[in-house]
Structures are given as C-alpha cells and as structure tokens.
Design a protein around this ligand. Structure first.
Ligand SMILES: [Zn+2]
Length: 479
C-alpha cells in the first residue's frame, strides 16, 4: 500500500507574510527565552501564534494581568480513560502488589467503558489538566474496539472521543493512536482482556487515516503514532508502521520503554539486549521520538538517548504509584538529555507535583540537593521548568514552550497574591511555586491565544463535572 493512503500531506501555511494582530495581552512579569521581564505586551494573530513580544511597555494597559506569565506546560503522556480508576488500587492484594495488579483493575474498568464514558472521563481529565497549567496533551490512546473486540463503525471511535473532549475543553491535543499486537515478547497471542486494544497494521493504518482527516483543519490538534511497547509490537510491524505513517512528514513517535524490570528481563531473554539498546540497534532514533519512562536504563543507554535528541517522557507520580523505580536523571541531565512530564495514569493531575518529584526523586537517589541546577545563572526550579516546557513541546510536536515570536500563544498565569509567594521574584518565585506550594495557584490559562481558564474557572466545568459523575456512578457498579 502506498504511504499516501495513510498520511495526509503537511498542511500548507496560508498565513499572510505580515500577520495581522487579532488580540493583545499584557502582564506585569513574564518568563521570556532571554530571561525574566517586566511590563510585557504580547501580540497574537488570529490563528493563535505570537506575532510580537515587547518588554518594558510603559504604561501597561489597565487590563494587564497581575502575577507571572509563563509558557504553558505540555503534558506529554496521558491515558485519559485511566482517570476513572484513580485511588482504587491502594489496597494490598493477596500476592506481592505490583504494576501488574494495578493493570488488572484497569482491564476490569475497560470491560464496561463506552464511547460516552470515554468522552466524559477525558473531558474531566483535560479540565483538570487545564486548571493546573497544562496547555497541551499527548494522548497515548490504546482502547480502540468495542467490548467484544470488534471494530466500531468508525474504527477510530474511541480516539475521536478524546479529540472531541480536547475540543470541548480547549486543551491542545496530539493524538497518538497505539499499535498493540501481542501480549508479550515473541509474538505471544493477546490475552482476552486485551481484545479492545489489538489491531494489525492495516487496521492501525485505518485508525491513523481517520484521525488525520478529523484533525486536518485544527491548529490545536496534531497526530503522531505510539507503538505501545516492545512487548506489544515486533520488529516488522514497527518498521512497517513507521514507513507507512511517519516518513512522509515528521511526526511524534512515542513508546513505553524500560518501565518495569520484568519487561527489561523479558527483553534480555528474547533479544539478548535491554529494550533501549535493542531499539537503538534497530531504529534510527531522533528528535521525533519520545521514550516514555526509560526508568531502567544503563549509563550507555542514557548517553545514547541524550545524543540522538529524543525526549525522555517522565511521569514521577505514576512511576511512584506503580512502584516502577527512579530513573537516573542526573546522568541524563549531565549529558544534556531532553525531558518532559506526563500525567500518565492520572493518579494526580498537577504539573507542579510532577516537577517537584523530578528533582526530589534524584535528591533521594543521590543523597544530595539541587540536582537539576547545572549553571549558576539558573535556579533548580527554573532548570526544571525550562526543560519540561521545551522537551514537552518537542514531544508533542507543537511549536510552544517559549513566549516568543512564531510560537503558539500557550500561557499560564500564576497568582502571586498568596502568602507562600509574597515578595518572591524571578527564579525565587518559580522555586517557591514548585517546591513550597500545595494549593493550585494557576489563575489564568491561554491556549492558542484563547483564554480557557479565567480566575481559576472553566466555563464548561459544571457540565463536565455532572457528566463525569454520571459515568463514574455507572462504572463503579462494576469495579
Ligand atoms: Zn503510559
């Protein structure tokens, strides 16, 4: 089959040479690529891109926002439907509890999940993301089929519901349909409870095509691909899918890798190589790739990831909740590796907590402090924030993560009118926000120039809450 069957050509940029300003935004303080600035005015075109950024605009307009304006935070790894089971797996099982016992409950939830549930649960997850400062999400979506494992009339039905949830709430989305073929290394046949995920590469190509068509005119949506893991795809399927879907245009390619020791050991047994080494050996990793977790990586593997420019997708609260382990981020940072954060299982949805635990995990592992701070001009919180916004944007394939001309107008505003932030400026403000607050202080959020959260509120949240409650009451009867 021709690659053209699967992939739409890149969208033509039809913007005029000199974009006209559709809106402006002013803020007392902002974090720009060159550093902290005050009295900042930003011009935005009608497509939601930044046209111009000017500091020291005096006097500021009377409607200027108080607080600190920051680049929006990308969430590079989400399974929206897992929002339904948060908090339900914290009881000891009869055997040793592990990631695999958690997975059993997730599978039970899937026995009953409908497209309507998916819409209401994803809407709730995305609302929580927006309210906490995430402005975009990479949705790693593997629930494709109905309860019997049969394709819906539209084979991409479940993923389309997550796109609809993103549109309804206003978060930017990178939809990552998941290729999931086997239950384990050596092409082991799928388990009955995996029937809703399983597809061959032709069916996957149809899902990819339908999703590509659905988003082609949406500046806040894009598409990539997600081979689930090395245990769920084989070399030939992965190679063919990359050829079919990721060569005619640069697209994000996300994969779970080296999350669990059991998976690493099974890969060693099958191939004689650990997962990251096997992937590096067989595929040309580059800046399109996002290696999700990479928890159990050798120093050689860490160096090779850093060298190829791939992003490591870290989800500290989920990795802690599932007992995955703590990755050696200090070595990754030493080699200038790229990182981003994700809410993954949605056990909490809070980028501040993820950023805090990125650093805290390394302190506990290394018995030292300020691991992320590698240059005297930047504090630890600033280093974490800069890396997470830039790496996350790369992984989402979105031109964001900087408040600068040509970038998407994705911002958040942190409310400094809180005792924990009184008197804090610049990097001290960022450190105090990340390491010393627990209340949500994200007051405003903008996506593509449009204000989505105003004074902590989303206009649709009453409706989203009600629909989510209905779905949860329905699902809890079966869990
Ligand atoms: Zn995941």
């Amino acid at each position: 089959m021709s690659p053209d069957r699967f992939c739409l050509p890149p969208m033509t940029d039809t913007r005029p040479a000199k974009p006209t300003v559709a809106s402006t935004l002013a803020c007392k303080y902002a974090l720009l690529p060159e550093g902290w600035a005050s009295d900042v005015c930003i011009s935005i075109d009608k497509q939601g891109d930044i046209v111009e950024v000017e500091a020291n605009c005096r006097p500021l307009p009377s409607n200027a926002l108080a607080g600190y304006l920051l680049p929006g935070i990308p969430n590079l790894h989400s399974h929206a439907h897992q929002r339904a089971i948060v908090g339900l797996t914290e009881k000891p099982g009869t055997n040793a509890d592990s990631f695999w016992t958690w997975r059993n409950l997730m599978y039970r939830c899937l026995e009953h999940l409908t497209p309507d549930h998916m819409l209401s649960i994803a809407s709730m997850a995305y609302l929580e993301m927006l309210k906490s400062g995430y402005t975009s999400v990479a949705e790693f979506q593997y629930v494709h089929h109905d309860h019997h494992g049969s394709a819906y009339d539209n084979v991409a039905e479940m993923s389309l519901q997550t796109i609809r949830a993103a549109n309804d709430t206003g978060i930017a989305i990178t939809i990552l349909p998941v290729l999931y073929c086997y239950s384990g290394f050596g092409d082991q046949p799928p388990l009955p409870e995996q029937r809703r995920f399983i597809c061959n590469i032709d069916q996957f190509a149809d899902i990819f095509q339908n999703l590509s068509t659905a988003i082609c005119n949406d500046r806040n949506a894009s598409i990539g691909i997600a081979p689930h893991s090395l245990r769920a795809v084989n070399f030939i399927d992965l190679r063919n899918t990359l050829v079919n879907c990721a060569t005619t245009a640069a697209r994000p390619i996300h994969i779970h890798i080296a999350e669990q020791l059991a998976e690493v050991n099974a890969c060693m047994h099958q191939f004689g190589l650990a997962p990251i080494s096997w992937l590096r050996e067989n595929f040309d990793l580059d800046t399109n790739w996002c290696l999700v977790h990479a928890t159990h990586a050798s120093l050689v593997e860490i160096e090779s990831i850093a060298k190829c420019g791939a992003v490591v997708g870290l989800c500290p609260t989920t990795e802690a909740n599932l007992g995955d382990g703590i990755p050696d981020l200090a070595s990754l940072i030493e080699h200038n590796g790229r990182i981003g954060i994700g809410s993954d299982s949605q056990c909490t949805i809070d980028p501040v907590e993820e950023m805090r635990w990125l650093e805290y995990g390394q302190r506990l592992k290394r018995l030292t402090r300020n691991v992320f701070a590698t240059e005297p001009s930047k504090s630890t919180g600033r280093e974490v924030f800069d890396r997470v916004t830039m790496g996350g944007a790369q992984a989402c394939g979105r031109q964001s993560g900087r408040i600068a001309q040509g970038y998407r107008a994705d911002f958040l505003v942190v409310d400094t009118n809180h005792p924990r932030l009184f008197g804090r400026i610049a990097d001290d403000f960022l450190d105090s926000w990340i390491f010393s607050t627990s209340a949500n202080l994200v007051r405003h959020v903008f996506v593509g120039g449009k204000q989505i959260i105003r004074d902590y509120r989303h206009p649709g949240e009453t409706k989203i809450n009600a629909r989510f409650q209905e779905s949860m009451l329905d699902l809890m009867d079966h869990l």
